[in-house]
Design a protein around this ligand. Structure first.
Ligand code: BES
Ligand code: ZN
Length: 645
């Protein structure tokens, strides 16, 4: 029997205990059965992933081999997942394998002790379904097992997949399907140990309708795109957490952007996408110069249909992106910088649990700004950092104190609740604070060392703090440990939080003040050469006490209702709801029925339901929009409309 030592999952889980207990939390009245794994290994404090039923401390999955048929008519992925497993040293021979699933139809489980040459049926059972976690799948295995093959099918409502009708695509002729696994949705299309502390390599064979192309977060995309025959193979040879396994199928075309970079999207979007993303190769080079080699081979992007629920998703080798970044002027490419940065912070060094999410997103937002600075200059970086900080402050003003903590407690809650400005912007401000305190040269060296020391590992906040103490604080008297503790473990923004400075924005603020106070008429607002960022700052500085006439004036002067830039349109529509500007009604409906990006959809519905009339409109619009939204966006809006009913 294998008694291998695992560098990641098993180090974390070694000597683990399983404690089952029942817990209730404020947000979720229902009780949740939890599997808590806690350990103390050298230098590491206790860790527990509250969002997985899996038992990698007993049997660990090292590789996932997928064999899928993509069935558009039934909205089903059907096939097998063959898991390469290893029993951890010292673990009882009869410990079963526990996997995460959600709404999967499990047909059969089989086990092999000869590396997959022959299989025997294995007994399995699916536990009760938890609303957040899904259901544990328990498979009984022979002592010297090394492969487990699960035959299964996904549900048409799988939370991690969206099946689009042809009308929801740019080409309007072919259907489309894509996955979104982060945070805990991989389990809705793969029976797997769905914890970011577990790292797997993967391979896949995917059969689709002959005229469509499948792409994955793996090697093989370019090769497959040259031979579109409905039968595609992929491999990811670097160990990744399961939330980074991704697939999309549609009428996709490829266009090269540079030596290592390119874009996949529907033919109707390919030229626009290639134009917008033209700086991608430059960004990769800039990031390497700052933070060390790009370790994933190629970096491609996939531009999805507008129902994609996020701005971007850092699927390795193939970032998934919303088409709402295609502004026509490259002004929204900080999203590319962000997802690219995850190739270091997130994909190379990964949060071990979702309470450590700030390690992924805070570092990435910090890196994103450094990339923007390197490619577009300091003024642009400062504008974006200012927008980030202002957004954070607005959010903090309404956020429960415990949720303002970087190292947030998500026990008993949906990890999506941790998706706020805190891990992103507070995390980035913390790192910028460290940079400003010790100096850039020292800090950059520290960050490079941090990536090298933890490459292809999943780590907790405690591991980061230990590393910080030894490698930065020990040689720098000007940062106190108490300071670090305040940043990571306390609510709010510390007093010493960096304050980004933008001269351009100071001018914008003057214009906004003059307009608000009535000193300047709309046509006198000096906005002639404003960039997207300046417009966003201006609109964000206006308030809810502009009357219809003042909104009309602004609109006449600057054509805001008809703007194609999705970020500007969003800010304007938000302002229009707040100020009862009914001339934007049709545009609002068009926006909400064509774009499913949650960052836009959620605040607009939140704002609408604040008045009885708005709530009525929200319901009317949602009746038309809902079927086009991704399950994640649907769940978010369902919730908003249910509240206060
Ligand atoms: N990894 C996130 C998206 C995510 C986080 C999906 C948590 C599911 C759960 C991605 O890198 C991200 O942060 N996207 C942002 C864009 C970015 C420019 C801030 C988004 O989608 O808005
Ligand atoms: Zn991110």
């Amino acid at each position: 029997m294998m008694m291998k030592k695992y560098p990641n999952a098993a180090t974390i889980f070694a000597g683990a205990l399983i404690l089952g207990f029942v817990l209730t939390s404020g947000a979720f009245a229902q009780t949740m059965k939890e599997t808590v794994r806690s350990i103390s290994s050298a230098g590491q404090s206790k860790i527990a992933d509250f969002h997985s039923y899996a038992n990698p401390h007993q049997i660990v999955v090292r590789h996932v081999d997928l064999n899928w048929n993509v069935l558009f008519d039934r909205k089903v992925l059907e096939g097998t997942a063959t898991l390469t497993v290893e029993r951890v040293a010292g673990v009882s021979d009869n410990a079963p394998l526990m996997l995460d699933t959600r709404d999967l139809k499990i047909e059969k489980a089989e086990a092999s002790t000869d590396g997959g040459k022959s299989y025997k049926n294995a007994e399995f059972s699916v536990g009760a379904n938890d609303k957040i976690l899904g259901a544990p799948l328990t498979v009984q295995l022979p002592p010297n097992v090394n492969r487990v093959r699960i035959s299964y099918a996904t549900a048409p409502t799988a939370s991690g997949l969206q099946w689009l009708a042809p009308e929801q695509t740019a080409g309007r002729k072919e259907p489309f399907m894509f996955s979104q696994a982060q945070a805990i949705h991989a389990r809705s299309f793969i029976p797997v140990q769905d914890s970011p502390a577990v790292r797997v390599t993967y391979s896949a064979r995917v059969r689709t309708p002959k005229n469509l192309l499948a792409v994955m977060s793996a090697e093989g995309n370019e090769q497959n795109s040259r031979q579109r025959d409905g039968d595609y193979q992929f491999k990811m040879t670097r160990a990744i957490p399961p939330y980074l396994i991704a697939i999309a199928v549609g009428d996709l075309q490829f266009k090269s952007l540079g030596a290592r970079t390119g874009v996949y999207t529907e033919p109707a979007m390919i030229e626009k996408s290639a134009f917008e993303l033209a700086d991608t190769e430059k960004m990769v080079a800039a990031t390497e110069k700052l933070f060390g080699a790009y370790r994933w081979g190629r970096y491609d992007l996939l531009v999805l249909p507008p129902s994609f629920p996020f701005g971007g998703m850092e699927n390795p080798m193939l970032t998934f992106a919303t088409p709402t970044i295609l502004a026509g002027d490259k002004s929204l490419v900080s999203l590319v910088a962000h997802e690219l940065a995850h190739s270091w912070s997130g994909n190379l060094v990964t949060n071990a649990t979702w309470r450590d999410f700030w390690l992924n997103e805070g570092f990435t937002t910090y890196l994103e700004r450094r990339i923007i600075e390197a490619v577009y200059g300091v003024p642009r970086r400062e504008m974006e950092a200012t927008l980030g900080r202002r957004g954070l402050e607005e959010e903090l003003a309404e956020m429960a104190m415990p949720d303002q903590i970087l190292h947030v407690d998500l026990k008993g809650r949906d990890p999506d609740e941790g998706f706020t400005g805190v891990p992103y912007e507070k995390g980035a401000l913390f790192l910028r604070h460290l940079e400003e305190t010790v100096g850039r040269e020292k800090f950059d060296k520290f960050v490079r060392g941090y990536f090298d020391a933890h490459a292809f590992q999943s780590i907790t906040t405690e591991t980061f703090v230990d590393y910080l103490n030894v490698n930065l604080l020990a040689s720098n008297q000007n940062i106190a440990r108490a300071d670090v503790e305040e940043w990571i473990e306390k609510s709010g923004l510390p007093k010493n939080a960096p304050q980004p400075k933008s001269d351009a924005f100071v001018k914008v603020e003057t214009e906004a003040r003059n307009y608000l106070s009535g000193k300047a008429a709309a046509k006198n607002v000096r906005a002639a050469n404003w960039t997207t960022q300046e417009w966003l700052h201006f609109l964000g500085s206006l308030s809810s006490d502009l009357n219809a006439q003042r909104m009309t004036e602004l609109d006449r002067a600057f054509n805001l209702t008809t703007r194609g830039n999705a970020e500007i349109a969003f800010q304007w529509l938000l302002l229009s709801i707040k100020n009862d500007y009914s001339a934007a009604d049709a545009r609002l409906e068009e926006f909400l029925t064509t774009i499913g990006r949650r960052k836009f959809v959620k605040p607009l519905f939140d704002e609408l339901v604040k008045t009885p009339n708005g709530r009525k409109r929200a319901n009317e619009i949602y009746a038309k929009a809902r079927s086009g939204y991704h399950p994640i966006t649907q769940a978010t809006v369902d919730d908003i409309l249910k509240r206060g009913k």
